[in-house]
Design a protein around this ligand. Structure first.
Ligand code: TXA
Ligand code: MG
Length: 337
């Protein structure tokens, strides 16, 4: 049975945190908010506990899991190679939405790393997550708390919808702030490489490291080894088919083509708002990339419940500011091959 407990995101109640930590120490699963999306946590250094995460999510064993830590010292213990680059990035962006891929220490079980030589580590900027990490006294493995390949959860209700009965406790700290998953950055390769776009932009990392970095987040995976399964083309997807329109004209054309008497569609667009009708359910999205990111999964979760025929989305501009959002939309739009 899954229980949900409301927790004050500013000042997490000690009793709720202690209970959650106890469940984790006994080998259970606890979903908790981070600043990005909700995570499905288990003791990272215990193989048996981590296996339960894979089972609950239906996650393929080839996909490694991010380890969450309360501070830099704990991160250092998980790697054999805490580089000056790691030190700099952690200094600047932690706690925060940046996952660092580092050489894995022997204490990190194979299952966390999907058998690979590296481990992804991050310190989340969320008081509930940090309180839980501190109370547990151990690093927590936590992927997004959703069935594999589905949209990430940004509320406790989303977690419950996807994983009811599969997680012991959900700490409900309200909607998450950033709304999309952390940037994943690999420091074990030369040049260091962005594996997943996210709230921290590629350009911010380059500026901090003062070196040219590589961007592996798009297209480059064909015929090469998959470095991060977040690079799987179809990912982060609603169940309803989603189509991306390059601009407003294309959006209008697609709307005209796809609305028939008995096919209702949802349309996510920028202002100015589209007119609602019997067949069109318009949703006006924020014009600012951070605000768009904060609400996109929530809107898609909601639209997925409407039973519409398809979801049309007006694409944001292809600029650095919109890169992470555009990446998620492209993946959501691609059909299984
Ligand atoms: O914001 C986030 O990162 C959220 C919250 C809960 O922290 N977590 C999250 O986890 O999105 P998940 O499992 O849904 O996505 C983790 C991504 C995957 O694309 C995975 O392949 C990649 O990070 N990853 C994890 N460890 C890795 C490693 N050692 N090497 C390369 N990629 C790794
Ligand atoms: Mg995920």
């Amino acid at each position: 049975m899954t229980r949900t407990v409301k927790v004050d995101p500013e000042n997490p109640e000690e009793s709720a945190i202690a209970e959650a930590a106890e469940i984790l120490r006994r080998g259970g699963l606890v979903a908790f908010p981070t600043e990005t999306v909700y995570g499905l946590g288990a003791l990272a250094l215990d193989e048996v506990c981590v296996r339960r995460i894979f089972e609950a999510k239906g996650r393929p064993a080839i996909n490694p899991i991010i380890v969450h830590v309360s501070d830099r010292e704990s991160a250092k213990r998980l790697t054999t190679d805490w580089t000056s680059g790691a030190e700099r990035l952690a200094n600047t962006f932690w706690p925060g939405p940046l996952t660092l891929v580092l050489r894995r220490h022997a204490s990190v079980p194979d299952i966390v790393a999907a058998g690979g030589p590296t481990v992804g580590v991050r310190c989340p900027a969320n008081r509930i997550a940090l309180a839980l990490l501190n109370a547990t006294g151990q690093p927590l493995a936590a992927p997004s708390a959703n069935p594999s390949n589905y949209l990430s959860p940004t509320t406790a209700a989303h977690v419950l919808k996807g994983l009811d009965g599969k997680v012991d406790l959900i700490l409900d700290g309200g909607p998450t702030r950033a709304g999309i998953e952390s940037t994943v950055f690999d420091l074990t390769v030369t040049p260091p490489t962005v594996l997943r776009t996210g709230p921290i932009a590629f350009t911010q990392i380059e500026k901090e490291l003062d070196v040219r970095c590589a961007d592996q987040t798009r297209g480059s995976r064909v015929n090469s080894v998959m470095r991060s399964p977040g690079q799987l083309t179809r990912h982060y997807s609603p169940k309803t088919p989603l189509l991306l329109a390059a601009n407003r004209d294309e959006l209008q054309r697609m709307i005209a083509e796809r609305t028939t008497e008995n096919a209702r569609i949802a349309v996510l667009s920028f202002p100015p708002a589209l007119k609602a009708s019997a067949t069109i359910r318009p949703i006006t999205m924020p014009s600012h990339p951070q605000e768009f990111a904060a609400s996109i999964y929530s809107e898609l979760h909601a639209v997925d419940e409407l039973g519409v025929h398809c979801i049309l989305v007006e694409a944001p501009p292809d600029t650095v500011e919109w890169q992470a959002v555009l990446d998620r939309l492209r993946r959501a739009a691609s059909r299984p091959s």
